[in-house]
Design a binder for this molecule. Structure first.
Ligand code: GLC
Ligand code: CA
Length: 539
């Protein structure tokens, strides 16, 4: 029997950019509540809520100062309780973002820790002596520069794999681990649906050996966490695991090991970056490689004893239509194609806010328009290293995280209906055309494809549990595969470019399940595909 989270479609909300309710330009929890009917109409089963906890907002909430308080800009704990309750009424569960690789430097634990070397909280964090006035070693922060910052008052360096305002927690300390579990139980008692675990593969780091991901005790910690919190309760957990291979993913998600429900891994998402370089070092996507990576994760992970997430977007990634589709002429077609291709794969699909209406990247002309700490730090670092400003801005426009963080486009009225005030980040000017109101009126829209895919997933067990077989004799820019369960067999075909290649398959189509060309020709022999065409047929 499939678990609910295997049959589910999860919708990610980035609260700051979803819906503002009080005109301060910042999305908030009452705003989310006001949009629950929209989400119920789309048909989603759960919301992954990016952090709404008390935070100074250096990394938009991924720097938490109090795990058991709601940041006033997002509302109150009463609003949060109301959100959980209102969502549940509509059959939607709330998945909380659990950010426990690090806290904010404003967390009480860190304030205590830095106050003196013998403070009981000192060991909740990672402190080391310097090496002749230099950091303890060469570990680098994901947000540029050394991963070590010197604390003058106590005369030691502390570790931060992200910003200096995000000190890393020391998971080797059992008291810290118990404090985290206690906090998780506080949220479980509120009736949430589970946790999305931020950069969870970093918690087993061994700084002295410069080991970041997949440290030796990582899985022990996850087992201990599971036993102390969720146990056998029917909640889902998804781990953000940049460093997972299919074999490692199996360890995380094998139900017999009692760790996580599923992984959220990024192998496909790194294919347009030069090997061994940073995400900013761009390279064109090779569709054959994309296919190979998707197939690898369909076939090398055993889905009867493990599980994976499927996504093209989140708050850290550029918009898929702009990235690998076409955000001009074929915006709708390419967005629909990516949706069909992804939602028919094995694993739980995630939709990032705005993806369901085909929102696009937003280009900036100057660094002044950029809010994201990652992009801003990289800009400074690369400018100092001699890169041209235009090259840096090009990387930001292609890969920067603000692309996904522009406000949700609800209407064609002022500020896209996101806020009556000044939005914290500029609205993409294409909101007059691309918005929820328009989409709901259109006969053929990205939204309709997503809604149809979600409904299909709920009704057709073949999507959750059917086997996967890749089809190799298709052109390199076409992905085609079979899903099969009992006597039922589906063929999925996705043309990933604007070219019009020909497929020639031995099957006879019985009926169209879903497609992005309404008059789709069911013939599969010497069949010319239209630009970004995708369809599923029963064969
Ligand atoms: C994860 C989050 C990202 C955040 C980082 C540090 O990758 O998705 O937004 O900046 O962790 O918490
Ligand atoms: Ca607000």
């Amino acid at each position: 029997m499939a678990q609910w989270w295997q049959k589910a479609v999860i919708y990610q909300i980035y609260p700051k950019s979803f819906q503002d309710s009080n005109g301060d330009g910042i999305g908030d929890i009452p705003g989310i509540i006001s949009r629950l009917d929209y989400l119920a109409g789309l048909g989603i089963d759960a919301i992954w809520l990016s952090p709404v906890y008390q935070s100074p907002g250096v990394d938009n909430g991924y720097d938490i100062a109090d795990y058991e308080a709601i940041d006033p800009q997002y509302g109150t704990m009463a609003d949060m309780d109301e959100l959980i309750m209102q969502a549940r009424k509509r059959g939607i569960r709330i998945i909380m973002d659990l950010v426990v690789n690090h806290t904010s430097d404003q967390h009480e634990w860190f304030k205590q820790a830095r106050s003196s070397r013998d403070n009981p909280y000192r060991d909740y964090y990672v402190w080391r002596d310097g090496r002749d006035g230099n950091p303890p070693n060469d570990m680098q922060s994901t947000f540029s520069g050394s991963a070590w910052t010197y604390d003058k008052a106590s005369g030691q360096y502390y570790l931060h794999l992200f910003a200096a305002q995000q000190p890393d927690l020391n998971w080797e300390n059992p008291e810290l681990r118990q404090a985290v579990y206690k906090m998780m139980n506080f949220w479980i008692a509120k009736g949430i649906g589970g946790f999305r675990m931020d950069v969870i593969d970093l918690i087993g780091k061994i700084p002295d050996a410069q080991i970041r991901e997949n440290g030796p005790h990582l899985h022990d910690y996850l087992k201990e966490m599971r036993a102390a919190t969720i146990g056998d309760q029917d909640l889902m957990t998804v781990g953000e695991t940049w460093g997972a291979t299919p074999a490692i993913a199996q360890q995380y998600s094998d139900p017999a090991r009692h760790e996580l429900s599923m992984v959220f891994q990024f192998e496909a998402m790194q294919l347009d970056q030069q090997a061994g370089k940073e995400k900013w070092d761009l390279m064109p996507l090779d569709h054959a490689t994309l296919k190979a990576v998707l197939v690898k994760w369909q076939t090398e992970l055993d889905y009867t004893a493990g599980w994976n997430s499927q996504f093209w977007n989140n708050h850290d990634l550029p918009r898929i239509v702009s990235r690998w589709g076409d955000d001009g002429q074929y915006r709708v077609k390419s967005a629909q194609m990516f949706a069909i291709l992804l939602h028919l794969l094995r694993g739980t699909p995630y939709i990032y806010q705005g993806e369901e209406i085909g929102m696009t990247n937003h280009h900036v002309k100057s660094i002044d328009e950029v809010s994201d700490i990652e992009s801003r730090n990289m800009y400074r670092e690369r400018l100092a290293a001699g890169y041209s400003e235009s090259a840096i801005l090009h990387s930001i426009n292609v890969k920067g995280r603000d692309n996904a963080r522009t406000p949700m486009q609800w209407t064609d009225t002022r500020n896209a209906g996101f806020s009556t005030g000044q939005p914290w980040l500029a609205v993409n000017p294409n909101y007059k055309q691309i918005n929820v109101t328009n989409t709901l009126r259109e006969a053929d829209s990205v939204y309709r494809t997503y809604r149809q895919l979600i409904k299909l997933r709920h009704e057709e067990p073949i999507i959750t549990s059917g086997s996967f077989t890749n089809i190799t004799n298709v052109p390199r820019t076409v992905m085609a595969y079979y899903r099969q369960a009992n006597q039922q067999r589906w063929l999925v075909v996705a043309n990933m470019t604007a070219e019009t290649p020909t497929i020639d398959l031995p099957d006879t189509a019985k009926q169209l399940v879903i497609g992005n060309e309404p008059d789709s020709d069911l013939n599969l022999q010497k069949r010319v595909l239209r630009p970004y065409e995708a369809f599923v047929v029963e064969v």
